[in-house]
Design a protein. Structure first.
Length: 359
C-alpha cells in the first residue's frame, strides 16, 4: 500500500471562542467544566461529554447537546450526568473522578468506546466504558496491559492518561487486524510510593512522558467487546521534541484519517510542573499535531515544530490551571472539522481545523 509522503503537518487550528463555561451555582460544576469527549447519537444529533468538577476535585462526565448555527458550534444545552465515580477504583481518600474522557465510535463494533481517567487509590489509571447511545455506559473496567518481557516492566504499575482509540481496525505489529489505542504512561513511581523513584522500561533512556501505542486483536474484540480492556504489543510512538512540549506530551482526540495518514492532535507541556495531582500554576499546555503512518501508526511521519494552538486569550490564560489549551474531541460539522478543548481547566473552547496548504 502506498501513501502520501509528508515532511510537515499541513494543518492549522483557528480558535472560535468559548463554547461552554461553568454554570453559576451548579453543584457539579463548582470547579469548572473542561476536557470533553463528543459523539453523535443514532438520530444524528451531536453531543459534548464534558468533564464537570465539583467541590473537592470530584469529577463526573456530563452530557450536553452542541448547538450549531451557520455550520459552526455556538453553545450547548445541558442534559445531565452520564458517568460518576461510583466504583471504589475511581475514588481515593482526597480525590475522586472519572476524568478527561475521549470517545471513539468504532463502527465495526457498533459502540462508542469511552476511555477516561479513573482517579483511584493509586492515582490516575485508564479505564474504559462502552455505549450505543452516549447516555447509558457499561464499564469494561481498568485497562490491563499484558506483560511484555522485552520491556522488563509491568505497565500496570504506572500511572497513565490520555488514552484514545483509533476508529477502525488497523494492522497490528504481527500483521493481524487490531484495535489500537494511544496512551501516556508516566515512569515516576515516587508519586505513589512517596519517594523519588523513576523506573524506565528497557530501551527507554528519556524519562519524560511520551505517547505509546498498544493493540487488541480485532477478532478477540469482535467476539467479546470486553477484550478492548486487555491490550498488548506496547510500543513507544513519540517523546517530547520541541520547546512547547519540553516536559511531556500526550494524545488528544482520537486520530482522524486524512489523506496523508492518521492526524493526531496532541498536547505538549512546557514550563515547570509542581509535585502532586493539584492544579499546575507554572506549566503551559499547547496543542500540536502529528501525522502517523497509515500502515503502521506507531511510526510518526511528521510533527509540528510549533504549536497549532497555544494559550493566548483570557479564558485560556486565566482559570483553575492558567495557560492551558487541552484538546480532547474532534467532530465534523457541515464538511468542516472542529476541535473541542479545555481552557485553563475552567471552560471549553472550540477551534476550526483547517488545511494550511495553499489553495
Amino acid at each position: 500500500m502506498t501513501h502520501t509522503v509528508v515532511t510537515t503537518v499541513p494543518y492549522r487550528m483557528r480558535r472560535l471562542g468559548v463554547l461552554m463555561s461553568a454554570e453559576p451555582g451548579a453543584e457539579f460544576e463548582a470547579e469548572g467544566v473542561l476536557n470533553p469527549a463528543s459523539g453523535r447519537t443514532p438520530d444524528g444529533r451531536l453531543w459534548l461529554l464534558p468533564r464537570m468538577v465539583a467541590a473537592g476535585n470530584v469529577s463526573r462526565v456530563g452530557i450536553a447537546e452542541i448547538l450549531v448555527r451557520s455550520g459552526r458550534p455556538v453553545g450547548v444545552r445541558r442534559d445531565g450526568v452520564v458517568l460518576a465515580p461510583d466504583e471504589g477504583w475511581e475514588r481515593s481518600h482526597d480525590h475522586a473522578g472519572v476524568e478527561d474522557p475521549r470517545t471513539t465510535w468504532i463502527a465495526s463494533l457498533g459502540v462508542h468506546v469511552m476511555s477516561y481517567v479513573a482517579f483511584g487509590p493509586l492515582g490516575p489509571r485508564p479505564a474504559l466504558a462502552i455505549s450505543d447511545d452516549l447516555r447509558r455506559w457499561r464499564r469494561l473496567g481498568p485497562v490491563h496491559f499484558e506483560y511484555q518481557p522485552e520491556l522488563g516492566a509491568d505497565l500496570n504499575l504506572f500511572t497513565n492518561k490520555d488514552v484514545a482509540f483509533f476508529p477502525e481496525a488497523i494492522p497490528g505489529p504481527d500483521g493481524r487486524l487490531s484495535y489500537a489505542m494511544l496512551h501516556r504512561p508516566t515512569w515516576d513511581l515516587g508519586v505513589i510510593t512517596g519517594g523519588s523513584d523513576v523506573f524506565r522500561p528497557a530501551g527507554v533512556s528519556d524519562p519524560r512522558p511520551g505517547i505509546w501505542i498498544s493493540y487488541v486483536p480485532a477478532d478477540a474484540a469482535d467476539e467479546d467487546v470486553r477484550a478492548l480492556a486487555h491490550v498488548r504489543s506496547h510500543r513507544l510512538v513519540a517523546l517530547p521534541e520541541y520547546a512547547y512540549e519540553a516536559l511531556k506530551i500526550g494524545a488528544g482526540p482520537p486520530p482522524l484519517r486524512v489523506k496523508e495518514g492518521w492526524l493526531l492532535i496532541h498536547h505538549g507541556v512546557s514550563g515547570t510542573l509542581a509535585a502532586g495531582w493539584g492544579p499546575q500554576s507554572d506549566a503551559r499546555y499547547s496543542a500540536g499535531a502529528m501525522l502517523l503512518d497509515p500502515d503502521d501508526p506507531g511510526t510518526v511521519l511528521a510533527r509540528s515544530a510549533l504549536p497549532l494552538l497555544e494559550p493566548l486569550t483570557s479564558p485560556e490564560r486565566e482559570g483553575i490551571s492558567p495557560n492551558v489549551v487541552f484538546p480532547t474531541a474532534l467532530e465534523e460539522i457541515a464538511g468542516q472539522h472542529f476541535v473541542f478543548y479545555g481552557m485553563a481547566d475552567s471552560s471549553i473552547g472550540v477551534a476550526r481545523l483547517e488545511s494550511s496548504e495553499a489553495a
